[in-house]
Write a protein that binds this ligand. Structure first.
Ligand code: ADP
Ligand code: MG
Length: 485
């Protein structure tokens, strides 16, 4: 991911035998083609992040063109750009790659705002970044391996409460310590609960206090891309060297490595080498090491060797303190307490959404010029409030699916294997995976104590059927809508 302010090396090195991009042949056709691709990319992002986040952050982004394998996008404000690039950049790039494997990187520029189309989000004062500290960059084939760190993700800006105090203390300890207190530190929890924030905070802290220590922070996804590229260049040796010479290696969202055998293997070796040499490793994941499906047993157990800290779902107190702190940072200390309490009560999913809600309120107030009241909050946050109202449970899914297929609820969790019950059961497992945040092992347990591989198989099977059988796909879609309504 690059932004125009910070043109690091492109993310993937061009290789000589690249086939010519279509626009090098026919510019007009190319344009239509690209616009259609952009529409599909947008649809994917919308599905992935949900309507609310999409509307607030991604909809205002415009497609400007493709040049030399770089997709160029425009944001209506610097604020929006700085918000979108670190959070959504990797996913935007991944979505583009699905459209066109020749896309190497995505670049977001700040465009002048036009009169006709006001930006959705106003330029808002962002908390002053910590003293400018620079991380050492680590290059591999001209690519900066260190991902961009968000200047706002510091310990100073991290609000501590019961749900995250243990993870915070552990992260702080790692950042402060000249030696290795526990290895690895594994932080896990649901999306938007502060895992990445804590990792960046460790990196900033170390960069400030001990600038000589070499820190690498990168997503597991990027680690994978880099490794695959090293394989292509037949250059895995120097790839390994890069990682093995760091003092602190941080890998974010390790669940993305699951199932990719060669990458897992490499990660495992790098991991062991670093641990043996007494270097610190910090890893985050969306579930505990033992629940990482698709990860080799030895890797799972190794990940659990050090300290495992969970960031728990938020509680009301934490949400309210976070709102206070963010409102202050935005220079909006004047938002009525009643409104903050209302939002803290009602937006309980995660901190990212909480922040999104606050930003939306502030943006709305700026555009309308009116005060922020309970009524405006209810109106402006309408869709978020609705989504937060509905927590779909596995039990509900089982019930609805049983009703729909006209089988007994008991059959869904029973061991019966007849097709008439086995297929609906798979549908229910599939929906449980899609509509709840439960892990595969948890889902398996709720379905009569089945193994997580059974759930994984069900998910794959249903995906397959959805693609090959339109009627079946409609059934599933209908069930999804009923459950979500
Ligand atoms: P995760 O990596 O767990 O999905 P992030 O670290 O990206 O979540 O956090 C999502 C958003 O919420 C970020 O903008 C982050 O700054 C904010 N956030 C999370 N936890 C806290 C906290 N305790 N205090 C302040 N902001 C937080
Ligand atoms: Mg994260």
């Amino acid at each position: 991911m690059t932004t125009t302010d910070n043109l690091g090396g492109s993310d993937v090195t061009t290789y000589a035998d690249r086939k010519p991009l279509p626009y090098e042949i026919d510019a007009d056709k190319e344009k239509d083609n690209r616009d259609a691709q952009w529409e599909r990319v947008r649809a994917r992002l919308r599905a992935e992040f949900g309507d609310a986040a999409f509307k607030t952050w991604l909809e205002p982004i415009a497609f400007l063109g493709v040049r030399g394998g770089d997709v160029r996008l425009g944001a209506p404000s610097r604020f929006l750009r700085d918000w979108v690039a670190p959070r959504y950049g990797d996913r935007i790039r991944a979505a583009w790659r699905l459209e066109d494997p020749d896309v190497l990187d995505v670049e977001i520029a700040v465009r002048e705002r036009t009169e006709a189309k006001p930006a959705t989000v106003a330029e808002a004062p962002v908390a002053a970044p910590a003293a400018p500290v620079k991380l050492k960059t680590t290059e591999f084939h001209g690519t900066d391996l260190t991902a961009q760190l968000d200047p706002r993700f510091t310990f100073e800006n991290f609000v501590v409460g019961k749900p995250n105090e243990f993870a915070h203390a552990a992260a702080h300890r790692v950042a402060e310590s000249a030696t290795v207190p526990f290895n690895p530190l594994f932080i896990y929890g649901g999306v938007g609960l502060g895992k990445t924030h804590l990792m960046h905070a460790i990196a900033w802290h170390i960069a400030q206090r001990s600038p000589d220590r070499k820190v690498i922070y990168l997503s597991a996804e990027k680690f994978m891309h880099q490794f695959i590229r090293a394989l292509r260049f037949k250059d895995t040796v120097s790839f390994k060297e890069q990682f093995r010479s760091v003092d602190v290696l941080m890998i974010d969202d390790v669940q993305f490595i699951s199932g990719k055998d060669s990458t897992q293997e490499e990660f495992f070796h790098t991991f062991n080498a670093l641990v043996d040499q007494g270097h610190q490793i910090v890893v985050t994941g969306d579930r505990s090491p033992s629940d990482l499906d698709g990860m080799e047993e030895r890797m799972r157990s190794r990940l659990g060797w050090g300290l495992v800290a969970e960031v728990h779902a938020t509680n009301y107190e934490l949400r309210l303190s976070i709102l206070h702190s963010k409102a202050e940072q935005l220079g909006r200390g004047t938002i009525p307490q009643k409104v903050l309490e209302f939002v803290a009560h009602r937006i309980s999913s995660n901190i990212r959404e909480l922040e999104g809600a606050l930003n939306r309120l502030v943006a709305h107030a700026d555009f309308s010029g009116g005060p922020i009241t309970l009524e405006t909050a209810q109106e402006v946050l309408h869709d978020l409030l609705r989504a937060n109202n509905r927590r779909i449970t596995i039990e509900e899914i089982q019930k609805k699916v049983a009703e729909y297929y006209n089988i007994r609820l008991n059959d869904i969790v029973s061991q019966r294997r007849a097709r008439v019950v086995a297929r609906p059961r798979q549908v229910a497992m599939y929906l449980a995976k899609q509509l709840t945040s439960r892990s595969l092992p948890e889902i398996g347990r709720k379905f009569g104590g089945r193994d997580h591989t059974t759930v994984m198989h069900a998910v794959k099977k249903i995906e397959q059927l959805r693609n090959s059988d339109a009627t079946f796909a409609e059934d599933v879609e209908l069930l999804r809508r009923v459950l979500e309504s």
